[in-house]
Design a binder for this molecule. Structure first.
Ligand SMILES: *Cc1c(COP(=O)(O)O)cnc(C)c1O
Length: 391
């Protein structure tokens, strides 16, 4: 082979009697075939075979297999982001004229997607207080195809009685879609409680190290085949490296969540005892209005997210920020490092003060994403910052 040919084709096959213990990153956008029969059977799905990057590759297939198994679903589809997963799911499932019932407490971009994109395509959404299954059922119409809720709402940590809702919706053949980004399968397995589809921002707890943007949908096989077909047309596919990182994150998910939940509970208890804090929101606390439901639904703790109201509103929150030494402000959650966010200026900034107040998002509301640090270091940091809010 001449120089140019070696440059174009050389070094691809490295003989080895062993195989990598850790799966490699398949950084290829296309696959090579030996026979036309192989082309046919791979394309028609008669035997396993990868084709082209946008259709998925070995690393996304590994993430999908793990997520389907951990959630107890038949199949999964990995996407480029949580919103990419939502887009593929909603467009696969819904058509013009269909009706959706959704929780009022939702991730801001999801609300915007339902109101500003799906509505243009002729899919109407009715928003309800999903903590009351009766309100969800009262909003159903003959055209309702699906009910959409978050497993724990952000930032006020409201829960949905998935068992009660799932049983009622199953009787009416209506899908129950659960965004489980705040719980992850280490804390909650919605499919075992009556949900029919689970969707994740794998950017958060699944990957867990603040270095991935990804999403996953899990559900029945025929349904996921449709989601994948839509995803392939939309182009919201996940890259190999991000899929590989998400799989690596999943390996420690249950251990991380066990410690993060324990740390979050300790911080929630600590915050409840502080005079500068008027209210703490954490489903693991007996003071949470749905604590009994949390104990029934969750395993291994109540998750990594905890919110609280600082007395004194926005000026007190500014002093709180100035007083923190360890915990950083970052508008996401799920990292191994503890971070905090301020919903009034981040996720809910576009809402009017009245709308924020109606949702219960006041100017003193702080959201913590609790990490793996020694909890005493976190308590000392919060003590210093809360002391500052009084000055
Ligand atoms: C972050 C988040 C999303 C969106 O996920 P991206 O990965 O940012 O696209 C959707 N739902 C919830 C509950 C989230 O926290």
């Amino acid at each position: 082979m001449r120089f140019e040919t070696i440059a174009a084709r050389g070094g691809r096959d490295v003989p080895s009697a062993s195989r990598p213990l850790t799966p490699p990153i398949y950084q290829t956008s296309v696959y090579a075939f030996e026979t036309m029969e192989d082309v046919e059977s791979a394309w028609e799905g008669k035997q396993p075979g990868f084709l082209y990057g946008r259709y998925g590759g070995p690393n996304t297939a590994m993430l999908e297999a793990m997520m389907a198994a951990l959630e107890g679903g038949e199949a999964a589809v990995a996407c480029a982001s949580g919103m990419g997963a939502h887009t593929a799911l909603f467009l696969a499932l819904l058509a013009r004229g269909d009706h959706l019932v959704a929780a009022r407490d939702l991730y801001g971009t999801t609300t915007a997607f339902l109101n500003e994109e799906l509505s243009r395509l002729g899919v109407e959404t009715t928003f309800v207080d999903a903590t009351e299954p009766a309100q969800v059922l009262a909003a159903l119409t003959p055209g309702t195809r699906a009910v959409y809720v978050e497993s724990i709402s952000n930032p006020l940590l409201k829960l949905v009685d998935l068992e009660a809702l799932g049983a009622e919706l199953a009787r009416r053949s209506i899908e129950l879609i659960v965004d489980s980004s705040l719980t992850s399968p280490a804390v909650l397995r919605p499919l075992s409680l009556g949900a029919t589809v689970v969707v994740h921002s794998a950017t958060k707890l699944i990957s867990g190290h603040g270095d991935v943007t990804a999403g996953v949908v899990v559900g029945r096989r025929e349904q996921m085949d449709r989601v994948r077909a839509t995803m392939i047309k939309l182009g919201t596919n996940l890259g190999s490296f991000d899929a590989w990182l998400a799989v690596r994150g999943l390996r420690t998910l249950h251990v991380r969540l066990e410690r993060q939940s324990a740390n979050a509970l300790a911080l929630a208890r600590f915050l409840e005892g502080r005079q500068e804090v008027s209210r703490v929101y954490y489903p693991g606390l007996p003071s949470h209005p749905q604590h009994g439901l949390a104990q029934r639904l969750f395993k291994n703790g109540a998750g990594a997210i905890c919110s609280f109201d600082v007395k004194g509103g926005a000026p007190a929150v500014e002093r709180f920020m100035a007083g923190l030494r360890l915990i950083e402000f970052a508008p996401s959650f799920g990292d191994v490092a503890t971070t905090w966010s301020y919903p009034a200026r981040t996720s809910h900034r576009r809402l009017s003060d009245d709308d924020k107040a109606a949702l219960g998002i006041g100017p003193g509301l702080v959201r913590l994403s609790v990490g793996l640090e020694a909890v005493q270091d976190l308590i000392e940091d919060l003590t210093g910052a809360l002391d500052r809010t009084r000055s």
